[in-house]
Design a protein around this ligand. Structure first.
Ligand code: BGP
Length: 473
């Protein structure tokens, strides 16, 4: 629809906020928990995950803050190595109790738990034993981990997210480990296939165990815009979307490899090994919804085959303009957008892109959407009165919610909206320097301070949004 109406958000709309385990819990080697790959990797480069936001100890305070905020739902992830310290086998009762207590409190306050099964934290022991996601052995271990969660929490948790940001997992250097002796791209596509089968198995297990559950993946999506009206640039944007988004979406929703991407992989000799039964397993595991993590859009232009290859280099410290866009010679290269503002970490701020993306996804796949992450990383500072005046965050969230609402009026079915993040947490790329929370945590990268929770201005703003069911944006 090209014109908007005055409709309101539905009563059932899930106003939510989110976190993930290793980013907020801390206690990373406490009460039976073992190390995960991502904890090992970020510990080397950024902040220390042993305390994070102190949520393991302070979860009750945090849930009280959720209640005051009026959240209808809370998205969080369960730590695989907290539940299964050896990656499989013996279940750690302390881990089960930790999440069981949180879920019980959420239910008491009528806050719907939305549980992510896998948010980057692979047990390090499985990486050491057989190479983690590079081995098909992980499919069985992941399936059993899922079964443990469904058996223990299935009565109370009705919204499940299988895997967070499968696509980004292969882009960001600290999320996965690769074998330096083997061609990188081939490894990535093999791992992607294995992960897709594991995701599908999780959906099958969920359907067998929890009759009334809704389950789907959460994909980090960056829509690609052409740098100009030049036909080659238009095609470049399509290629970038196919490789970075629709490869994954077609697997999840249609149960098949996108032909153009398959051709690309075959041409480069990097296509994955498909075993008998894999595609049938994937095809019959249609998700109930798609979770979208949306932060930014990107511009791409065509670059000829003989261009030098460029890797993606991220801006980690928030000193703007350090990002180097990746390219695939012959297909596309990232470029700056002259029409959008950027965050301090060079992420393009593009609320309209959310409306565009939602329409595109819904047209292609006809599946309900949950915005599983949306937010802005900023360097928040306490004022003398101990306040956080994060107007930039309020603007960001407001403008995205306006576009989300317009997309709903266009006809897109959106179940809910998860602000990233509920409390400040360890930014995977930049530690505590880059804050996303509605609630400030009194610590920084080097000084643990008091871990006091302080409501930001955005917390109060979101509270009013929820109370008015989106009327008071
Ligand atoms: C997504 C992750 C989140 C969160 C967010 C912000 O990719 O799912 O876990 O980290 O991005 O990213 P960052 O912390 O790197 O700014």
């Amino acid at each position: 629809m090209l014109y908007t109406t005055n409709s309101t958000f539905p009563e059932s709309f899930l106003w939510a906020a989110g976190t993930s385990s290793y980013q907020c819990e801390g206690a990373h080697l406490t009460n039976g928990k073992t190390l995960s790959v991502v904890e090992k990797n970020i510990n080397n480069q950024y902040a220390d995950p042993s305390v994070a936001s102190g949520h393991y100890q302070l979860w009750e305070t945090d849930v009280e803050l959720m209640k005051d905020l009026g959240l209808k739902a809370y998205r969080f992830s369960i730590s695989w190595p907290r539940i299964l310290p050896n990656g499989r086998g013996a279940v750690n009762q302390e881990g089960i109790n930790f999440y069981r207590n949180i879920i019980a409190k959420l239910k008491e306050y009528h806050i719907e738990p939305i549980v992510t099964i896998y948010h980057f934290d692979l047990p390090q022991c499985l990486q050491d034993e057989y190479g983690g996601w590079s081995s098909r052995k992980i499919i069985k271990d992941f399936e059993e981990y899922c079964q443990v969660l469904f058996d223990h929490f299935g009565n109370d948790v009705k919204y499940w997210i299988t895997i967070n940001e499968q696509s980004n997992m292969f882009q960001l250097p600290y999320l996965m480990e690769f074998d330096e002796q083997l061609p990188l791209e081939k490894q990535k596509f093999e791992m992607n296939h294995i992960m897709t089968v594991a995701h599908a198995k999780a959906i099958h297990r969920c359907r067998q165990t929890i009759a009334d559950a809704k389950i789907g993946p959460a994909l980090g999506i960056i829509p690609n815009y052409p740098a100009s009206a030049k036909p080659e640039d238009i095609l470049a944007a399509k290629h970038a979307d196919d490789l970075r988004t629709y490869l994954f979406m077609d697997l999840y929703m249609k149960g098949k490899y996108k032909q153009s991407v398959w051709n690309y992989m075959v041409h480069k000799g990097v296509e994955p090994t498909i075993e008998p039964g894999d595609m049938a397993c994937i095809k019959t595991a249609k998700p109930d919804f798609i979770g979208i993590n949306y932060y930014q859009s990107r511009v791409v232009k065509f670059v000829p085959k003989d261009t030098a290859e460029k890797e993606l280099k991220l801006n980690y410290d928030g000193e703007a303009d350090e990002t180097q866009f990746e390219n695939i010679p012959g297909l596309y290269e990232g470029a700056a957008n002259p029409y959008t503002n950027k965050t301090q970490w060079d992420w393009e701020i593009d609320p309209v892109g959310l409306r565009y993306l939602l329409n595109d996804i819904y047209d292609r796949y006809d599946v309900p959407v949950l915005i599983t992450e949306n937010g802005i990383g900023t360097m928040d500072e306490l004022t003398e009165k101990k306040e956080i005046l994060d107007e930039e965050r309020i603007d960001f969230l407001r403008n995205h919610l306006i576009q989300l609402h317009l997309a709903m009026q266009d006809g897109v079915k959106v179940w809910g909206y998860v602000v990233w993040s509920f409390i400040d947490l360890l930014s995977t790329s930049s530690g505590f320097r880059k804050r996303y929370g509605l609630v400030y945590i009194d610590r920084d990268d080097t000084d643990l301070k008091t871990l006091e929770r302080i409501k930001k201005q955005s917390y109060h703003w979101y509270q009013a949004v929820i109370t008015s069911n989106g009327q008071s944006l």
